[in-house]
Design a protein around this ligand. Structure first.
Ligand code: DAH
Length: 362
């Protein structure tokens, strides 16, 4: 037996006997590492004459290949053994009765989204959705927010690194779903689009991810009157009160013209702010709940529709904020902590599906 074949037999025997992944790795380093025996032999090939290398090279190469293959085989076998042991020890018998019941409940954001879907379904709206990873054309340009518009800076956008000149971002609002819907669905259109949105912003009332709901109506002869009636009907159903008073304030959004911000009145009841009633009454006030307006002609045009034929209104609001107002929470960050105690306090039963007849608030 030559020296090399003896070495090979010894190494392979050691490898096959290694009983842990750590031991195996130590053998690998000892053989193929920087100062391993096999590496050492490979290094002797460099200075040899071509003739000598032709003769001594093949057994050394064979040694390297055999040891590499033996290491790989043993590694696979040991990993399989580790997995088998884990599978055996972590086996769960799914047929056994549960020790504790399920702990979770429906998150207030999910609850409010379900309530909104139910309210708007009753008004003939369907639910639309769009991607959270958007391009800047849908998120900004088509919404009449050109490159140089200050609103782009105001949105604190999370951008992705540029790829093929295509600017991708995490959508900063649900408004791009307006664009996607108008481009895909021939009018008349009546949709709401709930979903996650992202802005680089964080404090007690701002989180980098939050939820919005968008509304869009496109039809013939739509006016601000339709907008006001729709929002009033929605807010009455949502807050489950008939005495909801709206205040429409002139505002500016690039994608609506005219634009209005919508406040709801609150009044003081036993020292508590309660949504409902005239906000101008003593002790009362107004809370901004929605941005809205008549869809800008330029937006309708960008989607390939004729703005002389089709008009509409749009609105957008924060779902988390609506949940806070309705269910009396004051720190938005708690929404994303996943604290079971908070969820137990504010959460909703999975069986309390919001219905208009049963009361959407459960
Ligand atoms: N996209 C706006 C924002 O995130 C909210 C908004 C305002 C949506 C007015 C609308 C609208 O559809 O008409 O601040």
């Amino acid at each position: 037996m030559t020296e090399i074949s003896a070495l090979k037999a010894g190494l392979i025997a050691d490898i096959e006997a290694a009983d842990t992944l750590e031991a195996l790795d130590a053998l690998r380093v000892g053989a193929l590492g920087k100062s391993g025996v096999v590496t050492g032999l490979l290094k002797t090939l460099g200075p040899m004459s071509p003739q000598e290398r032709l003769e001594k090279g093949p057994p050394i190469q064979d040694l390297r290949e055999s040891v590499t293959a033996a290491l790989a085989d043993r590694k696979a076998a040991l990993e399989q053994a580790v997995l088998d042991a884990r599978l055996a020890s972590e086996k769960i018998d799914m047929t056994l009765p549960a020790e504790a019941g399920p702990q979770g409940s429906v998150h207030p954001v999910s609850q409010v989204m379900d309530e909104l879907a139910e309210i708007f379904a009753d008004l003939g709206f369907s639910v639309a959705s769009g991607p959270e990873i958007e391009d800047d054309w849908h998120n900004f340009t088509a919404l009449n927010i050109p490159e140089t518009h200050p609103a782009r800076a105001m949105h604190d956008t999370f951008y992705f690194p540029d790829e093929d000149g295509q600017k991708m971002l995490l959508r900063t609002h649900t408004s791009p779903v307006q664009i996607r819907t108008m481009m895909q669905t021939p009018p008349p259109i009546r949709i709401i689009a709930p979903g996650r949105v992202y802005r680089s912003d964080s404090d007690a009332t701002h989180t980098p991810m939050f939820h919005q709901i968008e509304g869009l109506v496109i039809d013939k002869g739509i006016t601000l009157g339709h907008l006001k009636w729709t929002l009033e009907t929605f807010l009455k159903a949502f807050f489950e009160r008939e005495d909801i008073v709206l205040r429409l304030r002139p505002s500016y959004f690039p994608f609506t013209e005219p634009s209005v911000e919508v406040d709801v009145g609150y009044t003081l009841t036993n020292g508590q702010r309660v949504i409902g009633g005239d906000g101008d009454a003593a002790g009362g006030g107004w809370l901004e709940v929605l941005g809205s307006g008549m869809v800008n002609r330029r937006v309708i045009e960008a989607c390939g529709l004729d703005p002389d034929e089709w008009q509409g209104f749009a609105f957008g609001t924060g779902v988390d904020r609506l949940a806070m107002l309705k269910y009396g929470m004051n720190d938005l960050r708690a929404f994303f902590d996943g604290d079971l105690r908070w969820l137990k306090h504010y959460g909703f039963s999975a069986l309390d599906v919001p219905t208009l007849s049963g009361g959407v608030g459960a």
